[in-house]
Design a protein around this ligand. Structure first.
Ligand code: HEC
Length: 209
């Protein structure tokens, strides 16, 4: 299966199959899209229903694709509303877990991938896109720096709540954000979101040192 997938990828990029020829021969997007669709169908043919489900865009994803992540105002507003409705704040109002656990979640990019065992604990992979603790050697820069995040906000309880909501569903504040909506499909649990919120807001967290 893996070897076959690799062969298909190689064929697409090296141009040895009809599909690849079709992609190269112009008159895109129709022909290119159909070659891509065939490639995806082939690649996912052995996947179980759970995985196949991931190929179905929800309404927000479809709208973001359609407008290339730059939706007109009315659609943006509809997305914001729809996504805000998915956010479940903790019932007891406490959005802060353990920063030590949050640090591990922020550093962990495994879980939920084809190559992971299904029971692999998922991470948030926050460092792939954000600077957080200044002591951390490497980080991505797709998202803004979150260094001293809680400190810069006076450790305010209100800001912590907004941050929990941001991590739960980034698109409730920025439609078509490229930050994953961690809470929506339970990718991270509410407890994990509380833990990373604490990593950003606890006075003792290396983020605020
Ligand atoms: C794929 C990249 C990506 C990942 C992974 C990611 N983020 Fe983000 N994040 C972004 C981008 C881009 C923005 C700015 C756009 C926006 O506000 O949605 C952002 C914004 C934020 C903000 C708001 C910053 C502000 O302006 O005040 C917070 C807080 C945040 N991210 C926390 C996290 C946490 C915690 C994690 C891990 C659980 C995480 N992010 C994972 C890309 C990412």
């Amino acid at each position: 299966m893996l070897a076959r997938r690799a062969a298909i990828v190689a064929a697409l990029f090296c141009g040895t199959t009809a599909a690849a020829q079709e992609m190269k021969s112009g008159s895109l997007p129709e022909q290119g899209a159909s070659a891509l669709e065939r490639y995806v169908a082939e690649m996912w043919s052995g996947a179980d229903a759970d995985w196949k489900q991931r190929l179905q865009q929800d309404e927000t994803q479809a709208q973001c694709s359609r407008f290339r992540n730059n939706p007109p105002d009315d659609i943006a507003e509809a997305i914001r509303k729809r996504e805000a409705a998915t956010i479940a704040l903790p019932e007891d109002g406490n959005v802060l877990g353990r920063w030590q656990d949050g640090e591990k979640i922020a550093q962990n990019g495994r879980g939920g991938q084809f190559s992971d065992a299904p029971d692999t604990v998922r991470g948030g992979n926050c460092y792939a896109c954000h600077e957080m603790a200044k002591s951390e050697a490497s980080f991505g820069t797709l998202g803004p720096s979150l260094a001293e995040y809680g400190k810069l906000r006076g450790f305010s309880a209100e800001a912590a709540k907004e941050t929990f909501a941001k991590i739960y569903n980034s698109q409730a504040t920025l439609p078509c954000s490229s930050m994953p909506r961690f809470g929506v499909h339970g990718f991270l649990t509410a407890q994990q979101i509380k833990d990373v919120t604490a990593y950003l807001f606890d006075r003792e967290s290396p983020v605020n040192k």
